[in-house]
Ligand binder design. Structure first.
Ligand code: SAH
Length: 217
């Protein structure tokens, strides 16, 4: 069961979490405000109520995870989201990251390859607070050609490579943030598409993500 009440205690814990994320080096106030606004405990089973605001990843259905709040903040900060941007997210998972993007007034298109997770989110009433968030069941390697091109692409699973179709669906001047396999971990990368179609690549810290897998299931 999901909790549905956002109490003063939860709000207090959320404020403390935001300060913790800030102390780890996140400086973008629009990102911190969004983390403060989204009740993370709603995205977890009520069994996790006491720990939902710790900076940890937690299991959701189908062996998948809700990312660390710090990781969500880190990726979102790198993405430089502005209101009304079209943002494609690969790996809806718990939908927490998608709501953070929607909270920043982006138009969010999020794809999940696991049917069960997709269905769980369709039956998650809190998501109706974000009419600019649209969920899709599909393989993120394919992107969403009919909804593109996108200002931003965010991959939230560990990618074996940089998926060509996602690069194609990026607008000139657009950015993709993607954790790419690097040994046992993933290297966070930001790719900016130049007007001539070539990519400017920047490398950041390493993280651990669940794998980005081909096909649906
Ligand atoms: N953004 C999520 C993180 C979930 S973990 C959150 O905020 O909770 C990564 C998710 O990516 C998992 O749910 C996994 O099933 C999904 N995934 C992995 N490969 C994928 C692919 N090719 N297309 C779409 N989703 C994928």
């Amino acid at each position: 069961m999901r909790p549905t009440e956002d109490t003063y205690r939860h709000k207090g814990l959320r404020k403390a979490l935001v300060e913790q994320v800030r102390s780890k080096g996140i400086t973008d106030e629009s990102v911190l405000d969004a983390i403060l606004a989204v009740p993370r405990h709603f995205f977890l089973d009520s069994a996790f109520d006491n720990v939902a605001y710790e900076d940890r990843a937690f299991p959701i259905a189908e062996g998948q995870t809700i990312s660390h709040p710090y990781t969500v903040a880190y990726q979102t900060q790198l993405l430089q989201v502005k209101p009304f941007m079209r943002v494609l997210e690969i790996g809806t998972g718990s939908a927490f990251q998608a709501c953070v993007l929607a909270e920043m007034k982006a138009m969010v298109f999020s794809i999940e390859r696991q049917k069960q997770l997709f269905e769980d989110n369709r039956n998650f009433p809190f998501l109706r607070n974000y009419p600019s968030l649209r969920l899709f069941f599909g393989d993120g390697f394919q992107g969403l050609p009919t909804y593109g091109p996108f200002d931003r692409v965010l991959v939230t699973a560990g990618a074996p490579n940089i998926p060509e179709k996602l690069v194609e669906q990026l607008k000139p001047g657009g950015m993709m943030v993607i954790p790419v396999n690097d040994g046992e971990a993933q290297r966070m990368m930001r790719l900016t598409k130049r007007t001539d179609g070539t990519l400017d690549e920047e490398r950041f810290d390493t993280f651990h993500f669940v794998p980005m897998l081909e096909g649906k299931r």
